[in-house]
Design a protein around this ligand. Structure first.
Ligand code: AMP
Ligand code: TRP
Length: 327
């Protein structure tokens, strides 16, 4: 029997080069060996206040991006989380098997609370429990994620393991798949912080929709450091990040990437990385524009994906309810 992959992505803005290189780019290679579900996690998105029209647009846009970036809806189940009620149902149930002590340790909760001090809501706190439900609902074996989601996956394993200990083997305990290179793409202006779509520093983040000239301009302005060596090193976060992006985009190793720029200056280096990124993204951008013009197709993909996901989720949810003792 084929194993199962599940991953989720929030419709909270245009996807970034970070989520592309850290997560999505690895997803389409996996569909041959696994049953794959990729979910637009709109229930997670509302833990931060969203404008309704923008949220709706972002969701549709993200679905189109997933397809444009190579996830064929014939071979992957693509859908909106809010279309499949089993996520919220199991999320509630698992809230009752998660300790507040565990949630208090979540660094993403601490970061997001600091950034949204006026809206530290209960959903933001139990966010990782819903994420746990997403994953175990499908008995997922593997969860491809960027580095920032490791802690949430550890919690998922703990909660699923606790549930199994009480009720028998109900859930598969999933493994994280974190890519060896590119799991943490950093901001171009603040290379010690991850590149993030909510970042307001201008030029820090590359959006997949950025025009080629905008991309090149952002790379040209990227923060470097005082010496002139182009190599990966802990004390050179800006240069290391640019080399990582270049390596991911070209499929080269980090040392091959370093060799490509031997004896070259920072100006040439930044320009080249910008051009490589812009060139690689262009066909995806064209495909995205084409898909966005085809509402009928996107609606069909979302409806079929939700139907398939609901069917796949039903047996696990039934097993859980039976085990707990619901009438
Ligand atoms: P998000 O867009 O925040 O929902 O994230 C979607 C996926 O992309 C998750 O698996 C994240 O771990 C991953 N991701 C987000 N930002 C980055 C980044 N800067 N570098 C690498 N992976 C990332
Ligand atoms: N929390 C993830 C993020 O911020 C998104 C997500 C929700 C997810 N549910 C998931 C990722 C299940 C992997 C598996 O990026």
């Amino acid at each position: 029997m084929k194993k199962t992959i599940f991953s989720g992505i929030k419709p909270t803005g245009i996807p970034t080069l970070g989520s592309f290189l850290g997560a999505i780019t690895h997803w389409d290679k996996l569909s041959a060996q696994y049953n794959c579900l990729y979910c637009v996690v709109d229930l997670h998105a509302i833990t931060i206040r969203q404008d309704p029209a923008v949220l709706r647009d972002n969701g549709r846009n993200l679905l189109a991006w997933l397809i444009a970036l190579g996830l064929d809806p014939e071979r992957n189940v693509l859908y909106f989380q809010s279309h499949v009620p089993a996520h919220a149902e199991l999320g509630w149930i698992l809230n009752c098997y998660t300790y507040v002590g565990e949630l208090n340790r979540m660094t993403q909760f601490k970061d997001k609370s600091a950034k949204n001090a006026e809206n530290i809501n209960a959903g933001l706190y139990t966010y990782p429990v819903l994420q746990t439900a997403d994953i175990v609902l499908f008995q997922a074996n593997l969860v491809p994620i960027g580095d920032d989601q490791r802690q949430h996956l550890e919690l998922c394993r703990d909660v699923a393991g606790r549930f199994n200990k009480i009720y028998g083997d109900i859930f598969t305990i999933p493994e994280a798949f974190v890519p060896p290179v590119g799991a943490r793409i950093m901001g171009l202006q603040n290379p010690t912080d991850k590149m993030s779509k909510s970042d307001e520093t201008s030029g820090d983040c590359i959006y997949l929709s950025d025009a080629s000239d905008v991309i090149i301009k952002k790379f040209k302005k990227a923060v470097t450091d005082s010496d002139s060596q182009i190599r990966v090193a802990e004390d050179k976060p800006g240069i290391s990040n640019l080399l990582t992006i270049y390596a991911c985009m070209t499929g080269k190793t980090l040392s091959e990437s370093e060799a490509d720029f031997e004896g070259k200056g920072y100006g040439h280096f930044k320009q080249t990385v910008g051009e490589v990124v812009a060139e690689n993204l262009r066909p995806y951008q064209q495909e995205h524009a084409r898909l966005m013009a085809d509402n009928t197709y996107l609606d069909k993909v979302a409806a079929e994906g939700a139907k398939k996901a609901a069917e796949l989720a039903a047996p696990t949810l039934a097993k859980v309810k039976q085990a707990i003792g619901f009438n």
